[in-house]
Each structure stands twice: as C-alpha cells, then as structure tokens.
Design a protein around this ligand. Structure first.
Ligand code: DGL
Length: 268
C-alpha cells in the first residue's frame, strides 16, 4: 500500500518514534506533524490536550494516511479514545504498547513510569498495566526537567545525571522492588543511558528500561507486516510539518538521528 503513515507529537520528541519507524520500516513514507506552536502538552488540561490532538489528527487524515501514530504520551494518555472515534484508520497510542512492554520486562511486577505531569495525572499507565495484571504495582513520577535537557542536547551530561538522581531516588525510596522503568514520554529516550546508570546505582539488582517509542513501533509492526506495508519505494520520504518553525531544524537531528529533507510550516 503506497499510502503514508501519519505521526504526530506536540513538538520534536515524536521524532524518536519516527527514528524507530524508519529503522524498522525504511520504505514507508511518513507525514510527521509537530505542533510546535502549542508545545508543551504536558502541562495542559486533558480537555485542551484532546482538542489539540484532534486537530493534529485531522491534518494527517486529510493526507489520506493509512495509520495514525500518536507519538506523544501526553496526547495518548488523555485523548486516545476521542482520536480513535474520529478516525477510520487504525490509531496507535504510546501508553498501551509501553504498558505491555513493561509487563513483558518485569519480573517483580513493580513498575515505575516516568512521564509529563499530564501523563502522570491521567493515570493511564496505571490503568493499562493493571488492566492486564491487577497485581502489578505501579509508581509514577513526572520528570518535567527531562524535556528541556533533551532539547538542549544535555541528555547525557552530569546535569541530566543529577536531575535523574533526584527524580529516581524518590521512586526507589517509595518502592525498592521496582525492576522496570518506562520512559513514558517521547523526549526521554535521549536520557536513556543516564536513567539506566542512575537506576543501577540506586538499586542493587538490574533495572530494565522500556521505551514507549520502540514499543509503539512494535505494535505498528503487526499492522505494517500485513498487506498494508509499502513495498514500492526504496526509501520512503519523510515529510515534516510544524506549526512553528523556530527551532525544528536545529533540534530534529538529535531526536531523529538524521537531518530533515523537508520542513513545512502549517496553520492548523
Ligand atoms: N511529547 C510529550 C510527551 O510525550 C512531551 C512534551 C510535551 O509536554 O508536550 O508526553
């Protein structure tokens, strides 16, 4: 199928999902929308996030995409049912794949979820995890400083380490049986190494890090390995759209691992 995949996020973070997608499905054409004029979503109310997310999806549906990927945990946590209701194509969020991956990884069934305030307040990860395993223990922590650190390119610095230690020590103090941490925000894969290092220091046994970006691409794989996969192009094009273009070109390579071929400013 030659139709493209639509991916959206509040800003640049969703490019971590696009990166995974392009590694696993290089032939797929992708329309990526970053709602950079309205970022962050993580501090906004559920109603506002839902309203913004619906306009992002509408933009992608108008491009006749075959699949929508909500590459924003905050939007997935607060707006997925509304998004799915309004689309005739499959809509994949970040929360359920992340929750599933966490349960696959965890042995103690004590799981920590790191995300934005909006994701944490929604309780969506707890619900998704406990729906599958009611005995699982879930602790959540909003890590708002991780987003600017990732954008600044400081995700592997001593400042990131100090910040992670502050957030994670509270978590491990509250529950020392945690063996799995979910990076429940599309920016956080840029701090993965630091989160792994600090958790190892704080916890005597190994801690697994689950990345919701990778988990949602695994869920998309179920769909893309079917006849809907694009077998025509050698390398699928990536069309990038933003609602404000001020820092996108500079920030995108950090999240995407490559420079952008095209960038278009749009008004939703
Ligand atoms: N993309 C958001 C998420 O994954 C983080 C940035 C924001 O707050 O908008 O939750």
């Amino acid at each position: 199928m030659t139709q493209a995949i639509g991916v959206f996020d509040s800003g640049v973070g969703g490019l971590t999902v696009v990166r995974e997608l392009r590694q696993r499905f290089p032939r797929e054409e992708i329309h990526y929308l970053g709602d950079t004029a309205r970022v962050p979503y993580g501090t906004k109310s559920p109603r506002t996030v839902e309203r913004y997310a619906l306009t992002c999806q509408e933009f992608l549906l108008a491009k006749q995409v075959k699949l929508v990927m909500v590459a924003c945990n905050t939007a997935s946590a607060n707006a997925l049912p509304a998004l799915q209701k309004r689309a005739e194509v499959p809509v994949i969020g970040a929360v359920h794949p992340g929750a599933l991956a966490a349960l696959e990884a965890s042995e103690t069934r004590h799981i920590a979820v790191l995300g934005t305030l909006g994701t944490v307040r929604s309780g969506a990860y707890e619900a998704a995890i406990r729906e599958r395993d009611p005995s699982a223990k879930v602790v959540t922590r909003a890590c708002p400083l991780f987003v600017p650190l990732a954008e600044e390119g400081w995700g592997t610095t001593d400042i990131a380490e100090l910040t992670a230690r502050r957030y994670l020590s509270e978590l491990f103090e509250a529950d020392h049986k945690i063996d799995t941490i979910v990076l429940g925000c599309t920016h956080y894969p840029l701090l993965r190494e630091v989160v792994a290092k600090v958790s190892e220091e704080l916890c005597s046994s190994p801690v697994r890090i689950v990345d919701s970006a990778a988990a949602m691409v695994s869920q998309a794989a179920e769909y893309l390995n079917a006849p809907t996969a694009n077998s025509e192009a050698a390398k699928g094009a990536l069309h990038c759209f933003v609602t404000d273009a001020s820092r996108m070109e500079e920030l995108a390579p950090r999240f995407l691992g490559e420079t952008l071929d095209s960038l278009e400013l749009v008004d939703l």
